[in-house]
Design a protein around this ligand. Sequence first.
Ligand code: NDP
Length: 346
Amino acid sequence: MSNLTNRQVLLNAHPVGFPVDTDFKMVETPAPAPADGDLLIRTIYLSLDPYMRGRMNQGPSYATGVEIGDVMTAGTVGQVVASKNDNFAEGDFVLCGNGWQEYAVSDGQGVRKLDPTVAPISTAVGVLGMPGMTAYVGLLDVGELKDGDNVVVSAASGAVGAVVGQIAKIKGHRVVGVAGVQKKCDYVTGELGFDACVSHRSETLADDLKAACPDGIDLYFENVGGKVFEAVVPLLNDFARVPVCGRIANYNMTEPPSGPNQVPSLMQRTLVHRLMIRGFIVYDRAHLQDDFLREVGGWIRSGQLKYREDIVEGIDNAVRTFQGLLRGENFGKQLVQVSDDPTRPA
Ligand code: NDP
């Protein structure tokens, strides 16, 4: 295997603010050889997700960060090219966490086989993987979706938001999305069946959202923070729930937002309206994995739930594509295709 070259993207510096090209470094090394018990995996799809921005930082968070000189972390879908592990055979498709690189050796721990006849293998890091599971547990378990809830979700056309809105629609709710540009709004209303969608880039966001939510908001699925959250808060009804999934608008901030301290008024509103604002991390709810796969898998097979992937080719485009994700340039679940997918028709 030593004749295989492994291109890897390493963290070169902890970004200060928006990550720049020099925060990363591409290196070429010989692909590692599997020892007894190991398998060598070729990366096919590399999942790019907003959480990676947090992993680039120094300091404590809910997960360990990437050290300078380490391969950037990522969920990946790959194919076993050599196996010295009885549980895996050459040619198997697998879900693993091999990061931003073309090849990796694993002892099989945490590696899950994928059956390409059940679902496209790329979905294992998308609608049937971590982002889909995040939507499912955040909406139903953390958010305690109730009959009659008026639902709003931000980053509505993205990997998580699109699934949130569609599950709420399947369950009979009125759903309003918030997205960046018109084509994303058209997609969530036209293709995904949301009732309305407003742009957070509009000067009149607060008014637009109010007009789109004539009965207020009972459940806001928070993906972005910033001015979207500020527009949502005055519209929250009594007993509204806010599962706090992400705050991408803040991920590149180097200082707290300027302006008056809004914590006292938010806490007052939380008391008066008996709000529930609850952060969660998807893996806190791992016990719901089987329910998620059964229900969401079923909705995909029946055509009730759609998904969209934004696939960019080539590991050398990983950094540029990640930067684009932070700017809202992705349209759907962001993937980088690192090598051929033999399961996908040409
Ligand atoms: P998306 O596929 O939705 O991509 C990110 C999107 O965020 C962009 O396309 C853009 O959409 C939007 N965005 C970027 N900057 C801003 C901004 N300043 N204001 C408003 N919107 C912005 O990503 P995911 O669906 O994978 O993730 C959505 C959120 O969920 C993220 O915050 C992520 O960190 C979080 N998450 C949390 C998990 C958990 O366990 N808690 C697990 C997985 C994800 P647009 O063009 O519409 O603005």
